[in-house]
Design a protein around this ligand. Structure first.
Ligand SMILES: N[C@@H](CCC[C@H](N)C(=O)O)C(=O)O
Length: 278
């Protein structure tokens, strides 16, 4: 199988193009190929498939073999992939996702090189049962969650996939590995959850570290950065546009007041191409 190793701020993917549909063994392949010791090594396995609603469809399997509804960093990588290979002719493309519908992407290209990718990530979902969180409310803001004898305050947001945003004194030094796995599988989240630990530095800058559902600690999470910005606005902590600093670098996120859509801007990079026996 031919593949391209790509990343968005160090959130890395094995990108596969050419299949007509998601292979039935995609979960097993994701587990095997994403393994960093016995496989290629990645946070996820991404398929670029034909779409009737957009230019292409993206499906993403986490490294544990579970399928995610959406992935912000992967959608930037997919967009760069199809542009670089001449599979689309415009710098404006549409990528279909299974959890967040069709997403409009704008590539900033300089001398044929994709510099940044801006994705219209759509409207955030705030209603508890739709996120889903086992709290029947129009929004789930600054609620209590208890794990292993410790209480946290959290805000839940779906960007097509579920997120739990928790503000801590210092996200950079916070013990992600101690609390991420416990909160990921907390019974409040029936489909598990991506957990973001955030520290607001100013009204336009937030530090964030992520424990991803199905992948563990990753260097960046695009949907997590969007959820963090939405949460920060709802809790009165930031303006509607902010830089979200992740371990792998920065994303610019804006929650547009006029259309209620969240816009994410960041890079996408190719590491190498290869062939693997499956
Ligand atoms: N890294 C991603 C999100 C990938 C999916 C996530 N682990 C989930 O299961 O929802 C991003 O950049 O958004």
């Amino acid at each position: 199988m031919e593949f391209t190793k790509m990343h968005g701020l160090g959130n890395d993917f094995i990108v596969v193009y050419g299949e007509q549909e998601l292979p039935a063994n995609a979960p097993e392949l994701a587990i095997a190929l994403c393994n960093r010791f016995f496989g290629i090594g990645a946070d996820g396995l991404v398929y670029i498939l034909p779409s009737e609603r957009g230019d292409y469809m993206m499906r993403i399997m986490n490294s544990d073999g579970s399928e995610a509804e959406q992935c912000g960093n992967a959608i930037r990588c997919v967009s760069k992939y199809v542009y670089d290979r001449g599979l689309v002719s415009s710098e404006q493309i549409v990528i279909e996702t299974i959890g967040a519908g069709e997403q409009k992407v704008t590539l900033k290209v300089n001398d044929g090189v994709v510099e940044t990718v801006t994705v219209d990530m759509g409207e955030p979902v705030l209603a508890g049962l739709q996120i889903p969180v086992a709290i029947d409310a129009e929004s789930v803001l600054d609620q209590t969650i208890e794990a292993d004898g410790r209480e946290f305050r959290f805000t839940a947001v779906s960007m097509g996939n579920p997120h739990c945003v928790i503000y801590v004194d210092d996200a950079v030094t916070f013990d992600l590995a101690a609390w991420g796995p416990k909160l990921e599988v907390h019974p409040l989240f029936p489909r598990k959850v991506n957990v973001e630990f955030a520290t607001v530095r100013s009204r336009s800058h937030v530090d964030m570290r992520v424990w991803e559902r199905g992948a563990g600690p990753t260097l960046a999470c695009g949907t997590g950065a969007c959820a963090t910005l939405v949460s920060s606005v709802l809790n009165g902590l930031t303006d509607r546009a902010a830089k979200i600093s992740l371990k792998g670098g920065d994303l610019e996120i804006e929650w547009n007041e006029a259309d209620n859509h969240v816009y994410m801007t960041g890079p996408a990079e190719v590491v190498y191409t290869g062939t693997v026996s499956i």
